[in-house]
Ligand binder design. Structure first.
Ligand SMILES: [Zn+2]
Length: 390
């Protein structure tokens, strides 16, 4: 996902300039309105003249603004730089099987207005294009800023060329969603797998670059994404994290994929809920004597143990103790985290066990991560919450 510069790549002046531009913009973003040109030169090691030339170019593209400095002591006042949030914005959307949740986000990562619209039952790709086209146009018109790009989180396996290879939840195979939308809207539309989107959101909440996280997104399906040393690991064919149909030895149930024992048969949302509703999950931490709630609580425990069995393998191979859970199952709260944590404690040395946590942005994680992916795609930079902003 990140535009890595390969060692074998010839470092032409163009490549070097692009790399330096990303470095300057990333430094302005992290500085959050505190860095002057001189500060950026000191922080990046780039010559002052190079920084100034890049800053002028970023200002001309309405990506960066230079504030009027306040005089302090002798000499010219330093003029702090910040990301230009007045002229351009990003749009973000979270495509779910029955609805679309979408919103506007500034280039500084601050979320503006959001909304949701229903999809028709069993939507085809044309239905979704029509809904997204009008919804995104409406959001942009209300916001008033120019749209740099849109990011859309989809419950689907994607090809490196952004085609949707398969979405079991939407019952789609080999469809093009991004192409027609881009053509209609006139800006880039970046698709991201939903678990990857959650990972991108977590990545943009790290106070320092370079961390590693295991993400599990649990809804109709189960997807996983791995952040390794500050990058989302997508794999050779962008299919890393397709874990829902792995047999982790905890189930003997038949799966809709035709095999037996898949993780999804006990740990996806329908398997956990059975006859219960998502709202019932709110009560599983203290189910009392209600037989239906007690059965639901047991299914949550079983799901948690199954997820723990998967995560311990991921954590042990990759040495990643930070585990993030996202999806409607977060309503099961501490009970689900307890079950995962206990399974990890049973299977791993104590030193490797850290309590799992829910995603930072909760219900907005996927669309926020989709926006982060669009930002990375367009400008090659990521948001990072600085300690005083977090
Ligand atoms: Zn299966």
């Amino acid at each position: 996902m990140t535009k890595a510069i390969r060692i074998t790549e010839k470092v032409t002046p163009g490549v070097l300039r692009e790399r330096n531009t990303r470095l300057v913009l990333q430094t302005v973003l992290i500085g959050d309105g505190s860095m002057s040109r001189a500060d950026i030169s000191r922080s990046t090691g780039l010559a002052r003249a190079v920084v100034s030339e890049i800053v002028e170019s970023l200002m001309a593209q309405h990506l960066v603004v230079e504030e009027v400095g306040t005089p302090s002591g002798r000499g010219k006042p330093a003029k702090p730089l910040r990301v230009d949030t007045d002229r351009q914005c990003l749009l973000m959307a979270d495509l779910r099987p029955t609805e679309v949740v979408a919103g506007v986000v500034g280039l500084d990562g601050v979320i503006g207005s959001t909304g949701r619209v229903d999809l028709p039952p069993n939507p085809g790709v044309d239905d979704v294009i029509r809904v997204l086209d009008s919804f995104l146009r409406q959001l942009a018109a209300d916001d008033g800023r120019a749209v740099l790009a849109a990011g859309v989180a989809v419950p689907a396996m994607l090809s490196p060329e952004q085609g949707i290879v398969e979405s079991i939840q939407l019952r789609w195979t080999d469809v093009d969603l991004a192409g027609p939308l881009q053509e209609a809207l006139g800006y880039d539309v970046v698709l991201v797998n939903d678990a990857t989107a959650v990972a991108m959101s977590e990545l943009s909440h790290q106070s320092q670059a370079g961390g590693s996280v295991i993400v599990l997104h649990i809804a109709g399906g189960i997807g996983s994404a791995i952040i390794l040393d500050g990058r989302v690991h997508l794999g050779e064919r962008q299919r890393a994290g397709e874990v829902g149909h792995i047999d982790v030895g905890v189930s003997d149930r038949r799966c809709k994929c035709g095999r037996t024992g898949c993780l999804e048969t006990v740990a996806n949302l329908p398997a956990i809920l059975g006859d219960a509703s998502v709202e019932d999950l709110d009560a599983v931490s203290s189910p009392g004597e209600d037989p239906a709630l007690r059965a639901l609580a047991e299914r949550v425990d079983h799901a948690g143990r199954s997820l723990g069995a998967l995560v311990c393998v991921q954590a042990a191979i990759l040495d990643i103790p930070d585990v993030v859970i996202d999806g409607p199952v977060r309503r099961a709260g501490a009970r689900l985290l307890d079950a995962i944590e206990q399974e990890l404690a049973r299977r791993l040395p104590a030193v490797d066990v850290r309590r799992p946590r829910f995603s930072t942005m909760a219900d907005q994680s996927k669309m926020h991560g989709a926006a982060a992916a669009a930002m990375l795609h367009e400008l090659g930079v990521l948001w990072h919450s600085s300690p005083d902003r977090a």
